[in-house]
Write a protein that binds this ligand. Structure first.
Ligand SMILES: [Zn+2]
Length: 228
C-alpha cells in the first residue's frame, strides 16, 4: 500500500470520528435518556438514568388544598402564561390558578365543575378564609373535555370583574354592574369574554357570536379598568 492510500484511509477515519463527535454533541440537547452499560461484557447491565424534569409531579403549597388534583397543574400554568396580555395584565400575580376539584362547589352541584372562581377562599364546609382566597380552579374534568382554555378564560373574566369592581364608566357608574346589565348577567359577561379572546365554549350565553358593539364594549371595559 502506498502512502497516498494510507493517507486517504487515515483521513476517512478522522472524518468519521469528527462526524460522530458532532452528531453526539448535536443530540445531547434532546430528551434521549443516557444509557450506561457496564464494562463486563459477559454480564451486561443497562441502567437508564432517571429522567429529570419532565415527569416531576407538582410539588408546592397547593398539595395541601382540599380537592387539589395536580396532574394538569403544569399544563394549567402554561395556559396561564399564554393568556392574552390584556387579560393577564389585570389578574397576574393576584390570583392562584389551581388544577383541582373545588370541594365546596362539588358539594353544591354534586360534581366537579369544570371551573370555579373563589374570591373568598371557601372551605369544603362553606366557611370562608381558606388559603385559596382569590383563586381559579380548573378541574381534570375540564382537561378531559378539552375545554380547559375556554374555562380558564371564563373564570379569569370573573376574576377581572371582581378585581376591577371599583372601576367606573365615563358616566361614573360601576363598570362591573354596567356589564351585568349590558350582557344580562355576570355569567353571560364571562362567556362573552371567552368569545372575545377567540374561544367558543359558552355555558350561559345563548346569543352566539359577539356583535361589533359587544366587542367594542369589552375592549373599552378592559382598556379603562386595566390601568388602576
Ligand atoms: Zn362563571
Amino acid at each position: 500500500m502506498n502512502n497516498k492510500y494510507i493517507f486517504s484511509f487515515l483521513f476517512l477515519v478522522i472524518l468519521t470520528a469528527v462526524s460522530l463527535l458532532l452528531f453526539n454533541s448535536q443530540t445531547s440537547d434532546s430528551t434521549t435518556v443516557p444509557v450506561n452499560i457496564s464494562e463486563d461484557e459477559e454480564s451486561v447491565q443497562i441502567v437508564e438514568e432517571e429522567e429529570v424534569g419532565e415527569q416531576l409531579l407538582y410539588d408546592g403549597p397547593y398539595l395541601s388544598f382540599a380537592g387539589f388534583e395536580g396532574s394538569n397543574q403544569r399544563l394549567l400554568e402554561e395556559l396561564v402564561t399564554a393568556l392574552p396580555e390584556e387579560l393577564k395584565g389585570v389578574i397576574k400575580n393576584k390570583i392562584l390558578f389551581i388544577n383541582g376539584c373545588h370541594q365546596y362547589a362539588l358539594s353544591v352541584v354534586s360534581r366537579c365543575p369544570y371551573g370555579v372562581w373563589d374570591s373568598s377562599g371557601t372551605y369544603p364546609d362553606g366557611t370562608k378564609g381558606a388559603e385559596w382566597t382569590l383563586s381559579i380552579w380548573i378541574s381534570d374534568r375540564a382537561f378531559t373535555a378539552g375545554e380547559q382554555r375556554d374555562v380558564l378564560i371564563h373564570e379569569s373574566a370573573h376574576a377581572l370583574s371582581y378585581l376591577t369592581r371599583n372601576c367606573n364608566t365615563e358616566n361614573n357608574t360601576s363598570f362591573r354592574k354596567d356589564a351585568w346589565d349590558y350582557f344580562g348577567s355576570e355569567e353571560q359577561f364571562a362567556d362573552a369574554l371567552v368569545l372575545y379572546f377567540g374561544g367558543s365554549y359558552n355555558h350561559y350565553r345563548i346569543s352566539g357570536d359577539l356583535t361589533n358593539e359587544e366587542t367594542n364594549y369589552i375592549s373599552n371595559y378592559i382598556g379603562t379598568c386595566s390601568e388602576g
